[in-house]
Design a protein around this ligand. Structure first.
Ligand code: GAL
Length: 362
């Protein structure tokens, strides 16, 4: 009898803790209002869970004027994933002329991870210097002792200068490509596949625009970014501080034009959802999988199903949130006329009988 009572009590405790576990709400583009009464101005972001609090980091688009008014990276906190408090700007642009983060620079797709070994919160972001449009193709890194900042900018630049990706065959490393090849021709496509842009950018480092950071179960972190004029994804290993690249990296889907990478791991398989490359306009999402994060990766069909699937339900991926046993697809419904008012799309990820993830809007 005593055993039975203990069992009942244990079950009850398990059910209570389960019931208390926050569930990500489904969000379908309606204004997402924080406790300050305003729509959450955190775009291209992701959520970090730390010590029972959820931290949502994203691009603060100021008052929304395209190309202007970016204040830096915003952070909102929550304990239930539904009610969010605005913690302000945790990585701020500066008025200091010539500084890398000078007001007018572009900061996109910030992702924050916690490094237990150093006790630091590490933020990576896509960084374009002021006045050059999208010409820098830099990644920036910043650290903080507190999840709500202030984050201190360490540096920005291109990735792994002087180092070849480990899956670029030896014979492709020596090819001297003509500089003036016409884009989109079959020859040009072959040249891209064989690493024409990797070799072009070798000395200065690889370009990096849309990006994410993924921390694996073994504590190793990886930086995933659109490289080679947004044509090819790179997956680059970070060192034990998460603030530097180790030099190990691979190229995947050369010429595949993947952006907005969102990576997650489910039952030992790595999954990545990306978008195509059409600026702020939505396009059809892509899905890829791998048994090993450093490859090989396999391309699968669009993970979105049902009405609106061809345009990812009018959105573009930014992250997959994984809390408990639930996975949520987080995406931006960009409004290029008022980027601050871009809406959020959060949909649960479902899995087919064979374990393949898919997303529906209903
Ligand atoms: C998208 C990218 C966004 C932003 C935009 C600018 O393709 O995913 O993060 O860079 O282009 O046009």
């Amino acid at each position: 009898m005593r055993k039975f009572i203990t069992l009942v009590l244990l079950l009850a405790a398990a059910m209570t803790s389960r019931a208390a576990e926050p569930v990500m709400p489904t969000v379908k583009g309606e204004p997402f209002i924080a406790s300050d009464g305003k729509h959450i101005n955190a775009h291209g972001g992701a959520i970090l869970l730390h010590d029972g609090t959820y931290y949502w980091y994203g691009e603060n688009r100021g008052d929304g004027t395209p190309g202007k008014g970016q204040k830096g990276v915003a952070c909102y906190t929550s304990t239930d994933l539904k009610n969010w408090d605005n913690k302000g700007i945790v990585l701020a642009v500066t008025d200091s002329v010539g500084a890398p983060l000078e007001r007018g620079c572009i900061i996109e797709r910030p992702k924050v991870v916690y490094n237990p070994a150093t006790g630091k919160f590490v933020m990576w972001f896509h960084h374009e210097l002021k006045g050059v449009g999208y010409g820098s193709a830099y990644s920036g890194v910043a650290v903080s002792d507190s999840p709500t900042g202030p984050f201190v900018h360490l540096n920005s630049g291109r990735i792994n200068p002087g180092i070849y990706p480990e899956n670029l065959p030896e014979e492709y490393r020596k090819i001297q490509w003509p500089k003036d090849m016409e884009w989109w021709t079959p020859e040009w496509r072959k040249a891209v596949e064989k690493g024409m842009f990797t070799v072009r950018d070798l000395d200065g480092g690889q370009m990096a625009r849309d990006m994410t950071v993924f921390v694996d179960d073994d504590g190793k972190a990886y930086h995933v970014y659109s490289s080679e004029e947004n044509l090819t994804l790179n997956i680059a290993e970070l060192d034990s501080t998460y603030t530097r690249h180790t030099g190990r990296y691979i190229r995947i889907f050369p010429g595949g034009h993947n952006e907005a990478p969102a990576l997650f791991k489910h039952n030992g398989t790595y999954w990545m959802i990306t978008s195509g490359c059409t600026g702020w306009a939505p396009n059809e999402a892509r899905l890829m999988k791998a048994d090993n994060i450093m490859g090989d990766w396999t391309q699968l069909p669009n993970p979105c199903r049902g009405e609106g699937a061809k345009t990812t339900f009018d959105s573009q991926s930014t992250a997959v949130a994984h809390f408990g046993d639930r996975y949520t697809f987080m995406a931006d419904m960009w409004n290029p006329k008022n980027l601050a008012d871009s809406r959020h799309l959060w949909l649960p990820i479902k899995f087919d009988a064979d374990g393949t993830p898919y997303i529906t809007k209903d």
